[in-house]
Design a protein around this ligand. Structure first.
Ligand code: ZN
Length: 295
């Protein structure tokens, strides 16, 4: 049995180090494959302003929390807003790759995917001035039916992937049956999957995006603590628009979409601060090196 843990508890005896990751993208480009976004909201200038303000707020937040995080950044942001990437690096965080344009991978051919990730990785490395080791697919869209992407990631020089989720309950993504926690894939690539927990025979995600916003803070903390009892690092993830001051209010969407994408978004930074309090965090690459990743 694991002891209950409340919000005010401070954990001091655990040696488990977790990862907080931030998927750097604008709200509209994040949502365009989830629901129809009216054309009036598609405005790259406005989106750049949103990303700049929200990443700045995110950097201030993680600095105040004493956390080094991993930022999965779009190649097109390295192209359009290189100062955002440089700010992330100068604050001591890891820059990793989130594809070039945030298009789900499921509909791409292997050649299209290869070209996309080579372009994004190369540009991110040029702008960041450091090697990019990790990749996360937009919307975690490396699904069980098409795992060929993992071979291409290895081929083009990535050392780890953070796109898989051992669940079958999500409408877009999921890789039921894969190993939970950090593991090495058959092609030698390291995998740092999103965190899940078991409930009624199902594997349920937690600690990222909507799950972070919807679950009670105390419950997410209990799940992290439960992972610590097995020395399993958690992979948490958030977006700048869930942590910063700017989020476009898209009118005319269904109540379901409104709840799913906006609930608690204005207090995301406060909730994250309460969730991570007392736990240890580091970048994904630092954690993976401690787990034996070879460069
Ligand atoms: Zn994304």
């Amino acid at each position: 049995m694991w002891a209950p843990i409340g919000e005010r508890s401070t954990i001091t005896d655990s040696q488990t180090t977790h990862c907080l990751s931030i998927d750097v993208e604008g709200f509209v480009e994040s949502m365009q494959e989830s629901f129809t976004v009216p054309g009036t909201y598609i405005d790259r200038t406005r989106e750049s302003s949103e990303i700049g303000a929200n990443v700045e707020a995110t950097l201030e937040l993680v600095d105040n929390l004493g956390i080094r995080a991993t930022f999965f950044v779009l190649g097109r942001i390295a192209q359009d807003q290189p100062e955002v990437v440089r700010d992330i690096v100068s604050n001591g965080h890891e820059v990793a790759c989130h594809s070039f344009y945030h298009k789900r991978i499921c509909g791409q051919t292997p050649d299209e995917f290869r070209e996309d990730v080579i372009r994004a990785k190369s540009l991110l490395e040029d702008v960041a001035g450091q090697r990019v080791y990790g990749f996360r697919a937009p919307d975690f869209s490396i699904v069980s039916e098409s795992m060929w992407e993992l071979a291409i990631l290895k081929e083009v020089g990535f050392k780890y992937d953070a796109s898989l989720t051992p669940t079958d309950i999500h409408d877009v993504y999921g890789n039921p049956g894969i190993e939970k926690g950090i593991h090495v894939l058959s092609n030698g690539l390291c995998e740092f999957p999103a965190s899940t927990f078991a409930l009624f025979g199902k594997s349920i995600p937690f600690g990222g995006g909507g799950y972070m916003r919807l679950y009670p803070v105390w419950y997410t903390r209990r799940l992290i603590h439960k992972h610590e009892l097995n020395d399993l690092p958690c992979m948490l993830y958030m977006h700048p628009y869930e942590l910063g001051p700017e989020i476009p209010q898209i009118q005319g969407i269904s109540l379901y979409r409104k709840y799913r994408h906006y609930h608690n978004v204005s207090i995301g930074s406060n909730r994250l601060a309460r969730v991570v309090n007392g736990f240890r965090f580091d970048t994904a690459i630092s954690i993976l090196r401690k787990h034996g990743l070879k460069e």
